[in-house]
Design a protein around this ligand. Structure first.
Ligand SMILES: Cc1cc2nc3c(=O)[nH]c(=O)nc-3n(C[C@H](O)[C@H](O)[C@H](O)COP(=O)(O)O)c2cc1C
Length: 187
């Protein structure tokens, strides 16, 4: 039997009622049987600062371990002024420091975005993809995933209620699991 894939999910929003985080919860609920999605909090990492690199804070060391032990990463971002969020950038940057170290190297990745509006997260996702390419994360190209009008898609308790989105999540997982397995170790 194929080994269970340990995927980490990162929300680029720290907001308590974040739709981006709720979207990841829906991905977690709908994960295929061979995949576990661990939602990792990235809001407690210090702001990136090279002065801290001499003695890496525990939170950064733990962060490196979390990335290293994962079989892949789902990056979920809101769109802030046509780019992705600074909290996500901070977490990505720490994964690539100190100089010469890159916890991301070779990790299969997927990019998701959510917005309140009809149009959104294309700009965020494109900026994010550019950085993931530089850090050598092979990133699923199709299907893309855009959650528009996010506020209409969830019940007050945070459960996804939109069946079309649920279907899109299942399709995404099917493609992403195949993608991640291409890079997974067989041990
Ligand atoms: C600083 C800032 C800039 C924003 N810029 C955009 C934008 O460029 N495009 C967009 O669709 N929404 C933009 N929004 C609105 C977000 O889509 C909205 O706040 C969304 O709910 C954030 O995601 P969350 O629910 O996961 O927190 C912006 C919000 C903030 C706080």
């Amino acid at each position: 039997m194929a080994k269970t894939l340990n995927i980490i999910g990162l929300s680029g929003s720290l907001r308590r009622e974040s739709y981006t985080s709720k979207l990841l919860l829906a991905f977690q609920r709908l994960a295929p049987s061979g995949v576990s999605l661990d939602l990792v909090s990235i809001g407690d990492l210090p702001f990136i600062n090279e002065d801290l690199e001499g003695q890496l804070p525990d939170s950064v060391q733990n962060w490196h371990r979390t990335i290293e032990e994962s079989d892949g990463v789902l990056f979920a971002t809101p769109e802030y002024n046509r780019s992705y969020s600074p909290v996500l950038k901070n977490a990505i940057d720490w994964g690539s420091r100190p100089d010469g170290y890159n916890a991301w190297d070779g990790k299969p990745a997927g990019v998701l975005g959510s917005t309140l509006y009809n149009l959104g997260t294309f700009g965020a996702q494109q900026h994010l993809r550019q950085v993931l390419m530089y850090l050598n994360l092979p990133t699923l190209q199709q299907p893309e995933f855009y959650l528009e009008r996010s506020a209409e898609k969830f019940a007050p308790d945070g459960t996804l209620t939109d069946l079309h989105t649920e279907e899109k999540i299942r399709e995404y997982w099917e493609a992403f699991e195949k993608w991640a397995r291409r890079f997974a170790s067989t041990e």
